[in-house]
Design a protein around this ligand. Structure first.
Ligand SMILES: [Cu+2]
Length: 321
């Protein structure tokens, strides 16, 4: 059986717009600065119950069945890579992101200025809230007339999987496997819906940055944010991680498959040998229970490795030395 086309409510892939895919395998040299564990936490590893059989989930995404998985200890960033951190990488290496090479990226329509909106030629069919904005990139998240100046502590966005990998190579880190990501995201709790428990807003208090109101028309911003929130917002989970649910999707190292569980090992699974799309986890500020409750900690989807949007970022891990 074929995998579904990589067209998801909450993300969108470049292949919906372009036939030819750039395959940039940039050779980025590791930074010569001494490595710092600043803003990383040690995850002890061990066994955990991965996935979910919940009915309110998306079984078609391959969220289940629940299986016992073992991961080795690792360090993980407490927050997603920020604009400030990514800028340091660009300044040091001169790296060009794929959004810059293609000359455009996907922006949520409400963020596009009137001036830019008049120039937008393409909207994604079936996902009309995604606009193809020329000149949108990590440094201009809503197009050439926007800046990250007031958002240096927010997650970098419009970064492809390939861009994220290049950053990791420079930073002396790597992307988490999907299993590592979920182990860390669960924060030591077993089989809870969210990183903090089973209730979305315990005592009416928002725990993450997702959509409130009617998607895609009105975001009431009850949680305080319409786009990204600073990378260190909302209470941390049991391991000290910020924003594993909501805010931005996070790239994992694995290729995506709906039924990897049948062939993947139970010890440090690394996903399929090959594929078309990479796993992303955590959901984003555009997720809403009415159509995409993928801010659940077991939820998963994917995007092609050259794709970039305004709601995908990443955090890194490092093996104990
Ligand atoms: Cu979503």
């Amino acid at each position: 059986m074929n995998e579904p086309k990589q067209l998801h409510c909450c993300t969108v892939s470049r292949s919906t717009i372009v036939e030819e895919v750039l395959t940039t395998q940039a050779n980025v040299k590791a930074s010569d600065k001494p490595f710092s564990y600043e803003d990383m936490v040690y995850i002890p590893g061990g066994n955990f119950m991965m996935g979910t059989n919940q009915k309110e989930g998306f079984p078609a995404d391959g969220e289940g069945p629940i299986r016992k998985i073992k991961v080795d200890p690792f360090y993980i960033d407490t927050h997603t890579v920020t604009n400030a951190q990514f800028k340091a990488f660009i300044d040091a290496t001169g790296y060009k992101t794929e959004a810059e090479q293609y000359g455009w990226s996907f922006v949520f329509y409400q963020f596009v200025s009137q001036k830019m909106a008049d120039k937008v030629k393409q909207k994604v069919q079936g996902n009309e809230w995604w606009w193809v904005v020329e000149g949108a990139d990590w440094n201009h998240p809503e197009g050439p007339d926007s800046t990250i100046e007031a958002r240096m502590d927010n997650p970098v966005v419009h970064v492809s999987w390939n861009d994220a990998k290049a950053y990791c190579d420079w930073a002396g880190k790597r992307l988490p496997t999907e299993a590592e990501w979920e182990f860390a995201a669960r924060g030591g709790l077993e089989q809870k819906t969210y990183p903090w428990g089973d209730e979305l807003t315990p005592d009416g208090v928002h725990q993450c940055n997702i959509w409130q109101g009617n998607f895609p028309e009105t975001n009431t911003e009850d949680d305080g944010y319409i786009g990204t929130a600073p990378a260190k917002t909302f209470p941390v989970n049991g391991f000290g991680l910020y924003n594993v649910s909501g805010n931005v999707w996070e790239w994992c190292s694995d290729w995506f498959s709906k039924n990897i569980h049948r062939r993947g090992g139970r010890n440090n699974p690394k996903g399929p040998e090959t594929g078309d799309a990479r796993v992303i986890r955590g959901g984003s500020y555009l997720c809403h229970y009415s159509y995409c409750n993928r801010y659940r900690v077991a939820a998963r989807t994917s995007n092609t490795p050259d794709s970039s949007t305004g709601n995908i970022g990443f955090r890194c891990v490092r093996d104990p030395q």
